[in-house]
Design a protein around this ligand. Structure first.
Ligand code: D5M
Ligand code: FE
Ligand code: ZN
Length: 480
C-alpha cells in the first residue's frame, strides 16, 4: 500500500470510521497528493452528519466521478478522403492535382487584403510595372548565392523569377517549402528584373477556437507500432486499463484518437521481419483490436492510418481496409478514417494527419528539427497544406482533387510520425504531436533520433487545458 494511502486511512480509522471495500478500491486509484485533502473533507462532513462509514458513493460524489450523463460524446467525421479518392493517370493526373492545389489555395489567399490587386504571372511579366504588383503561385524553386535569393513562382499562366535583396525577406524565403503557394509583391527593375518586396503565405487567421460545452476529455495517441519488437505493450495496456479506472480525469475521457502507425506492418523496410513479433498484418491488427477493445464502449475512437499501416502508401491514404480486420470496422464506437481527416468532437474541430511530410520538410528547411515537430506543424498551417513538397520521400498520388489542402482551420491539429511528443499553440490552434508507443528502434538509434515514447496527451475540450500521462517512467526506452 502507498504510504500516503495508509496515512489517509489511519486518519479516518482513528476517528472511528469504517471504510467500505468499494471506497478503498477508489482510494487506491487517487493521486497520492490529493488523498489527504479528500479524506479530511469527507471525515469532516460525515462527522457533522454523525455517519461514521465511508462508502463508494461518498467517494464518487466527492471526486465528481459518478457517471455524468451531461458529458457529451459526439464524434462526427467532417472530412475523410477514403471515398473521395479518384486517382488520375500519370502526367495528366499530376497536372490536374496541381491545378486543383493552385485553385484551392488561391481561393484561400484571396481573403487577404493584398489579393485585391492580384495579377496573373503572365500579365505581371508583360506589364513590367515599376509599381508594386501582386502575383501568386506555387514555389518552383528557391536558391541563395552571394547575398541574394532567387525564387521562381508558377501559376497556370506562366512562371516568374524574382530576386530578393532584403536580408530578413531572404530568411523568410529560405523557409518556403517547394510547391507551396505564396503571394508575392514584385516591382520591375531595368537592371535586376523582378524584385520581390513581400512574401505572404495563406496562413490561418487568429481565431477563437470552438469549445465543447461539457468538460469531456480527448486522448491523442499515434505510432503504436503493434507487432514490432519495440512496441511498448505493457505501458499501452496499463494506459488503456487506466481509462476505466475511477481516476476523475479518466472518468471524463470520451474520445481516443489514433493518428496512424497503429501497427508496424510487413515489408515496410528491409529485413523488418527480424524486428517483428507478429509476422502478418492480420495478426498485428488482431492484437490492436484486442487492446483497443478494452477501452470502455462509451469512449468514441477514431483510427487513421500511417505509413506502416495496410492500404496504400501514397497520400491521401484511405482508411485501413476492412479486409484486414473487420472487427475494428464493426465496433460501434470506432470510426475508421483516411489520412488526413477532420473530425468534430463535441463541436471541436480536430484535423488529423499522420505527418509523413515532416521528413521532407525537416531535411530541406533551415532551423527545423525532428526534436521540434510542432514547428513543422506551424509551417503546414501557414502553407495550408499537409504535404506541399512533391517528388521527395513522401509519396503523393495524382488525385484529380488535391485533398491535402487544409481548407478548414482546425481547433486542434493532431500529427504523429516522428515519435516525439510535443504540444504547442499557433494562432489559437492547439498543436499536438502525439509521440509514440514504440521504443527507439535500431534505425532511429543509428540516425540519432531520440523518441519520447509512452506519453499520452489528454485535452479538456472545454478549457483546452492539456495534460500528459507518462507511462514511460522507469522504462528503458532508449537503446544505446
Ligand atoms: O517513422 C518514424 C520516424 O523515423 C520518421 O521521422 C521517419 C523516420 N524513419 C523511419 N525509418 C526510416 C527510413 N528507413 N529512412 C528514413 N527515415 C526513416 P515511422 O513512420 O514510424 O517509421
Ligand atoms: Fe511511426
Ligand atoms: Zn510513421
Amino acid at each position: 500500500m502507498k504510504k500516503e494511502l495508509s496515512v489517509a486511512l489511519d486518519y479516518a480509522l482513528t476517528r472511528g470510521f469504517q471504510i467500505h471495500p468499494g471506497a478503498f478500491e477508489i482510494l487506491e486509484g487517487v493521486d497520492a497528493e490529493k488523498l489527504e485533502s479528500i479524506i479530511k473533507e469527507i471525515v469532516r462532513d460525515k462527522t457533522k452528519q454523525k455517519l461514521f462509514q465511508i462508502n463508494q458513493n461518498d467517494l464518487e460524489t466527492y471526486l465528481g466521478i459518478k457517471d455524468d450523463p451531461t458529458l457529451q460524446a459526439e464524434a462526427v467525421v467532417l472530412f475523410d478522403p477514403t471515398s473521395k479518392i479518384t486517382t488520375g493517370e500519370g502526367t495528366k493526373g499530376y497536372n490536374a492535382l496541381f491545378v486543383s492545389r493552385f485553385n484551392k489555395l488561391k481561393r484561400i489567399i484571396s481573403d487577404r487584403p493584398e489579393a485585391r490587386t492580384l495579377r496573373s504571372i503572365s500579365t505581371a511579366r508583360d506589364e513590367k510595372s515599376e509599381k508594386k504588383a501582386y502575383v501568386c503561385g506555387l514555389v518552383m524553386s528557391r536558391s541563395s548565392e552571394r547575398n541574394i535569393t532567387k525564387v521562381v513562382l508558377e501559376d497556370p499562366s506562366g512562371t516568374i523569377e524574382g530576386i530578393i535583396f532584403d536580408a530578413d525577406l531572404q530568411k523568410t524565403a529560405g523557409t518556403l517549402l517547394t510547391d507551396q503557394l505564396v503571394m508575392a509583391s514584385v516591382v520591375f527593375d531595368k537592371k535586376f528584373g523582378f524584385i520581390i518586396r513581400e512574401i505572404i503565405a495563406p496562413d490561418i487567421p487568429d481565431m477563437a477556437a470552438n469549445r465543447s460545452e461539457s468538460e469531456a476529455y480527448a486522448v491523442f495517441l499515434s505510432d503504436l507500432h503493434i507487432g514490432s519488437k519495440y512496441f511498448m505493450e505493457k505501458e499501452l495496456v496499463e494506459f488503456v486499463s487506466w481509462l476505466s479506472s475511477p481516476d476523475p480525469v479518466a472518468k471524463r475521457i470520451r474520445f481516443v484518437l489514433i493518428g496512424g502507425d497503429l501497427v508496424d506492418g510487413v515489408g515496410i523496410y528491409p529485413n523488418q521481419d527480424r524486428e517483428l513479433v507478429c509476422q502478418t498484418v492480420e495478426e498485428q491488427l488482431a492484437k490492436a483490436e484486442e487492446i483497443i477493445g478494452r477501452i470502455p464502449e462509451y469512449i468514441k475512437i477514431v483510427i487513421m492510418p500511417g505509413n506502416h499501416d495496410p492500404g496504400r502508401r501514397a497520400l491521401p491514404q484511405p482508411a485501413i481496409p476492412k479486409k484486414y480486420n473487420a472487427g475494428l470496422w464493426e465496433r460501434e464506437n470506432i470510426s475508421m478514417v483516411g489520412n488526413p481527416a477532420t473530425v468534430s468532437l463535441n463541436g471541436v474541430k480536430v484535423t488529423m494527419f499522420h505527418g509523413q511530410s515532416i521528413d521532407d520538410i525537416v531535411k530541406t528547411t533551415p532551423g527545423l528539427s525532428y526534436d521540434r515537430p510542432a514547428d513543422v506543424m506551424k509551417h503546414l498551417l501557414r502553407a495550408r497544406h499537409m504535404s506541399p513538397i512533391y517528388g521527395s520521400q513522401t509519396p503523393i498520388a495524382p488525385e484529380t482533387e488535391d485533398l491535402l489542402v487544409m481548407e478548414d482551420v482546425p481547433d486542434i491539429f493532431h500529427v504523429g510520425h516522428v515519435h516525439r511528443m510535443e504540444v504547442d499553440r499557433y494562432r489559437g490552434v492547439l498543436l499536438v504531436n502525439s509521440g509514440s508507443w514504440q521504443k527507439q528502434t535500431p534505425f532511429q538509434a543509428s540516425v540519432g533520433m531520440v523518441p519520447n515514447p509512452g506519453i499520452a496527451v489528454l485535452v479538456n475540450l472545454k478549457t483546452f487545458k492539456v495534460f500528459t500521462k507518462d507511462l514511460s517512467v522507469n522504462s528503458d526506452n532508449i537503446l544505446q
